[in-house]
Design a protein around this ligand. Structure first.
Ligand SMILES: Cc1cc2nc3c(=O)[nH]c(=O)nc-3n(C[C@H](O)[C@H](O)[C@H](O)COP(=O)(O)OP(=O)(O)OC[C@H]3O[C@@H](n4cnc5c(N)ncnc54)[C@H](O)[C@@H]3O)c2cc1C
Length: 237
């Protein structure tokens, strides 16, 4: 799997700062953003931490991060795109030939010799059926390459690899990490979230070091998972 941070909002701290300060100022965000007098980086970072602690999160929506993800399965992207406050562009299985589709092998299957054999044989069977169906359909009247591909993809496995670009704002990323870094989240999307989290932390450590799985944020586990070692359940009142 590859997770690349390809872009993020310029001057992210100053953008958040100006938007937040404007809420309590008679001056515009533009004027605050353009002030010649520099605010010290320590003050700026403290200000951002303070906003998060107070839950004043709308200013964080003005800073976005764009990631290019590849080598992940459609199982994973199906979970990813459930996060609605984001933008996505995914490689098409209609315009891009899937003749040599690559696929993800879940670790539990990869390390079990018998299971892996069955898994690989199944993928081979799908590949053969894909090829055979293609050769049957390709000469059908009225069916061009795209029309054939759009129907052939019905038999591709959910484990097929895909590529997707995702843009999320900082507030949504905080939410996404709280859900998908939780040990209850499925391993592949947790791994994607963990890599995205590391990249975001490098850009805005004062913001993202306070983030993480929901238990880290809440200091207790709200999930019904009895054997998670990280945080205790909240005592029932
Ligand atoms: C461990 C785990 C297991 C899951 N299992 C399943 C499953 O079995 N079946 C299944 O269908 N899904 C499942 N999901 C997906 C889950 O239900 C959510 O769809 C997904 O996590 C997206 O998050 P979200 O809805 O909080 O918010 P996002 O879409 O990321 O939006 C962020 C926040 O914005 C607000 N928001 C966004 N859109 C609306 C809206 N239309 N109305 C009101 N508020 C809104 C909400 O406060 C939301 O929390 C699972 C998720 C996890 C983490």
């Amino acid at each position: 799997m590859q997770v690349h941070l390809i872009s993020y909002t310029q001057n992210p701290r100053k953008v958040i700062y100006s938007a937040a300060r404007q809420c309590y100022s008679r001056f515009s965000a533009y004027r605050i953003y353009s002030e010649k007098k520099k605010i010290s980086s320590v003050k700026l970072k403290d200000f951002l931490r303070h906003l998060i602690r107070r839950g004043h999160l709308s200013p964080f929506e003005h800073v976005s991060f764009t990631f290019a993800l590849e080598g992940i399965s459609r199982v994973c992207t199906h979970q990813l795109v459930r996060h609605r406050i984001a933008s996505y562009s995914q490689q098409s299985q209609r315009y891009v030939s899937m003749d040599d589709f690559e696929f993800v092998i879940p670790p539990t299957i990869a390390k079990n010799k018998r299971a892996k054999k069955i898994y690989l044989e199944t993928v081979d069977n799908i590949r053969n059926a894909h090829e055979e169906l293609k050769s049957i359909l390709k000469d059908s009247p009225g069916l061009d390459r795209e029309k054939v591909n759009q129907d052939l993809r019905f038999i591709l496995p959910q484990g097929s690899q895909t590529k997707i670009v995702v843009t999320m704002n900082t507030r949504e990323l905080l939410h996404f990490f709280s859900e998908r870094l939780c040990l209850r989240a499925q391993w592949e999307i947790r791994s994607v979230a963990s890599r995205m989290f590391s990249a975001c932390r490098k850009v805005l450590p004062e913001v993202f070091s306070q983030a993480g799985a929901k238990c880290k944020v809440l200091k207790f586990c709200p999930e019904d998972k009895k054997n998670c070692p990280l945080y205790p359940k909240k005592a029932k009142s």
